[in-house]
Design a protein around this ligand. Structure first.
Ligand code: GL7
Length: 817
């Protein structure tokens, strides 16, 4: 990326005040005196939006008229976070906004806080999509994000009196939402069900019902690029006229039923993360947004043409399939080309395979989607025919490549047997040009294990693109103090568009003055977070203790249980005097995690963490030495507050299970040290920051495999390490359940008899490395030197670099001229 200095504001503060006033008057219909923070938020957002309009229009025009191939990022999730400050940053208007809002008598922070965070994603996969569209716009690459405007985003998490997770609906659209523009004039029809008949020797799909897909457009402003791309999220509306006949019979509820059902399609985000959700409605959602998006792209790139030459389609736009969720797009494009535009099979297949690429985001085989043939037949009968035909052609092709019948059979896209299924990852691999994993280790395991047969026969299809995160949101906006120090240290702010410039900080790790400043920044961030936490959650966090954080979805493979067991062991050791209280390094541990509502073990772990926090925080014996906090409803906003304040980050998944992780990158870039396993992108982070600046523990992928092979017996580890035994016994004997011995029995039974993710086997090395961590922390200069080296050496993990890799290895396109 060409380095950019910060953009210059298009307005003065005085002008911006007038613009906000105008919006208050003509849009909200309130006077300056009447305006609440929420009014000022809406008015300033609308004013900011106007400043993006011209660039948005020219970007769209250039995208269609230029000869640079565009990128279509198809994703069921975009976890955007709040929009206002991001738009202000990219326009260079941050200080004008602050000053204008103050002049109008409001606190800028409260105005920004009035924005309701759109939670249209579960975790890393959805947030990655948001970082990627930010980088595409910042690099000036013409791109569309395509997804769903769910009416309800990821649930709001609360904890009840027993510390259990309670899910509340996230009705974010019940608030005024100034960013999305609903464009009723560009809607698309999406059909379902019915049957396929033969007419004049041709297959004709006669669907049973249709919904109207209405686009809601969000501007995606680039940082200092002058480009504004589009995120187009589809909302489902009914076509059915209100049924007057039924209504007149006073059966009002029946009269509106079809409308309600149609609009249900975009009603709710499925709250599963790294686990499959095989539900009819979910397949409807997938087809809904993908079909609308493909037709939309044809409309955009062949304006006004009835019979466009779609052999040029792959030169106009390349579609990235974000995981298997949009893979139904492959048979849909085939259907469009063959049934709607009359192309023959081979031409259609050639266009389709050139158009799509697939990113796999998981290593858990059970998380790869498979759809029952019966269900696809019922919802999309024509697509099932096409998928069967793709399968037949593919098996033929394989026969030309290998004589190994078993291998061919293993590679079937449609399985055989009484309950045949469609393997979406296989369909994606066969029907696209490239397949990529999301970190070096993950891509390797994808080739060696998950998609081994495919990579053996089609080796050139496979590549890696290591994930990244946007430095604009996760450094500049989240951590203004560190940003200022980096700019001071480097003598330029160009690092925001060329993150490898952070390398220039390496020598400053040896400059005591700079190290002290860095320590002051971290401390100020801790104080700020403590204030925020007090205000928002009501707990006291002591900024003079080590801030140690584990935030991510609650999943067994991520091993929050390892952290909580080690924490209990530490608590027990202080209480029973195994460690001298005076030798204990004071630590505050923060957890943030949502569990899928149907994931029992994950929810029980949440309950355990909350109750450990209750017991530890109320125990005078450990006061000032150990505290545990679990703020509810971890989201992008909380991430932006907590990450800059963290000193020690936990990335402790079982080796070989976390595809990449992106939190790990955000923490390192904000100057936290990582304690982690050799998993996902941890491997690359450690390579870059240096082994001496990373706390590595635990088994490797090979060791894990060997232990499975040999027969894993978790009880052995329980017996072998008294710290572990003590921790598990305390859970069993009711220490964290008011004496009740049954509350956590399912967790304990699982640990002692199954422990699939080998938490117990890694316990000892995890507990032991804590001594190293604490020794280093006792030497603040050394700790902070290492933290600076983490910042300096992780510029690689910018999503700008990820996008550049996609451009070069997969998309073969670039910025608009
Ligand atoms: C995930 C991976 O679990 C995570 O490791 C990765 O960083 C992320 C983005 O590539 O994708 N895969 C997945 O299904 N979810 C993820 O967050 C939900």
């Amino acid at each position: 990326m060409t380095e950019q200095t910060a953009p210059k504001s298009p307005v003065t503060t005085e002008q911006f005040i007038e613009e906000i006033k105008e919006q208050l008057k003509y849009n909200q219909g309130v006077t300056v005196e009447q305006a609440t923070d929420a009014d000022v938020y809406v008015a300033s957002s609308l004013a900011v939006r106007r400043h993006l309009m011209d660039s948005w229009a020219t970007t769209q025009k250039d995208t269609v008229e230029g000869n640079t191939k565009a990128v279509g990022y198809l994703s069921a999730e975009f976890l955007m976070g709040k929009q206002l400050r991001n738009a202000l940053l990219n326009l260079g208007m941050l200080s004008e906004f602050d000053d204008a809002v103050k002049a109008l008598g409001h606190d800028p922070q409260l105005v920004v806080d009035a924005e309701y965070e759109p939670g249209l994603g579960n975790g890393g996969l959805g947030r990655l999509a948001a970082c990627f569209i930010d980088s595409l716009a910042s690099l000036g690459v013409p791109a569309f994000g395509y997804g769903i405007q769910y009416k309800y985003g990821i649930f709001k998490q609360e904890f009840d009196a027993e510390g259990k997770q309670v899910e509340r609906p996230d009705y974010w659209l019940a608030n005024e939402e100034p960013w999305g523009h609903i464009d009723y004039n560009r809607s698309q029809k999406v059909s379902f069900g019915g049957e396929v008949v033969e007419e004049d020797g041709k297959k004709v799909w006669k669907p049973a019902w249709s919904v109207r897909a209405v686009p809601v457009d969000y501007m995606v402003p680039g940082y200092a690029s002058g480009r504004v791309n589009t995120l187009r999220l589809w909302s489902a509306k009914s076509y059915d006229e209100f049924d007057l006949l039924t209504f007149n019979k006073s059966e009002y509820l029946d009269a509106v039923k079809p409308q309600v059902e149609a609009e249900n399609i975009s009603k709710i985000l499925y709250p599963e993360d790294s686990t499959p959700q095989g539900k009819r409605l979910r397949l409807e959602q997938q087809y809904f947004f993908v079909a609308a998006s493909l037709h939309d792209a044809i409309r955009v790139f062949y304006p006004g043409q009835d019979k466009p030459d779609l052999t040029t389609f792959p030169n106009k736009i390349t579609f990235q399939l974000n995981d298997t969720h949009p893979v139904i797009g492959i048979p849909e494009l085939m259907r469009i080309l063959i049934d709607e535009y009359g192309y023959d099979w081979n031409t259609a297949w050639d266009i389709t395979t050139k158009t799509f690429n697939y990113t796999c985001h998981t290593l858990l085989p059970e998380a790869l989607e498979v759809w029952p043939v019966d269900l696809i037949n019922e919802l999309l009968p024509r697509h099932m025919q096409i998928i069967n035909e793709i399968n037949d052609h593919f098996l033929e092709e394989l026969k030309g490549l290998t004589r190994d019948k078993e291998r061919i059979n293993r590679m079937r896209i449609v399985t055989e047997g009484d309950y045949p299924q469609v393997r979406m990852a296989y369909l994606a691999t066969a029907g696209g040009s490239h397949v990529n994993g999301v970190a070096a280790l993950h891509s390797q395991l994808l080739k060696d294990v998950t998609l081994r047969d495919f990579s053996d026969l089609f080796p050139t299809k496979f590549t890696n693109v290591t994930n990244g995160v946007t430095p604009r949101r996760f450094i500049r906006l989240a951590n203004p103090r560190l940003s200022a120090l980096i700019t001071e240290g480097l003598g330029t702010d160009k690092w925001l568009s060329d993150l490898e410039l952070l390398q220039g900080l390496v020598p400053l790790a040896d400059d005591d003055e700079f190290v002290k400043k860095f320590a002051e920044v971290k401390h100020a961030n801790k104080v700020a977070f403590a204030n925020f936490a007090k205000d928002r959650y009501g707990f006291d966090a002591n900024p003079d203790t080590m801030f140690n954080t584990m935030v991510k979805r609650l999943h067994e493979y991520k091993r929050q249980s390892l952290k909580i067991l080690a924490l209990i062991a530490r608590y027990a050791a202080i209480k029973n005097g195994t460690i001298n209280v005076d030798d204990v390094l004071p630590r505050t541990v923060f957890f943030g995690a949502k569990a899928a509502p149907g994931y029992y073990m994950a929810k029980l772990t949440i309950q355990l963490i909350n109750n450990v926090a209750r017991v530890v925080n109320n125990d005078p014996d450990v006061k000032g030495k150990l505290a545990v906090h679990f703020p509810a409803n971890y989201n992008v906003r909380l991430a932006q507050h907590l990450i800059p304040a963290t000193e020690l980050d936990e990335q402790i998944s079982q080796a070989g299970k976390e595809a990449s992780g992106t939190g790990n990158m955000k923490f390192a870039l904000n100057g936290a040290l990582t304690v982690g396993t050799l998993d996902g992108a941890n491997v690359e982070i450690r390579e870059r920051v240096g082994a001496e600046n990373f706390f590595l523990f635990g088994m490797t992928v090979d060791e894990v495999d060997a232990l499975y092979e040999e027969g894993y017996n978790p009880a052995k580890y329980y017996e072998a390490d008294p710290r572990l035994k003590m921790a598990i016994d305390m859970i069993s004997n009711g220490t964290f359940s008011n004496g009740d011995r049954n509350t956590y029995a399912p967790l304990v039974a699982d640990w002692l008899t199954k422990d699939y993710f080998m938490t117990l086997a890694d316990f000892t090395s995890y507990a032991d490395i804590q001594y190293q961590i604490e020794d280093l922390y006792r030497n603040p200069m050394e700790w902070n030197r290492k933290a600076i080296l983490n910042v300096a050496n992780t510029g690689f993990f910018s999503s700008d670099r990820s996008i550049e890799d996609y451009l070069e290895r997969i998309w073969h396109t670039g910025p608009l001229a």
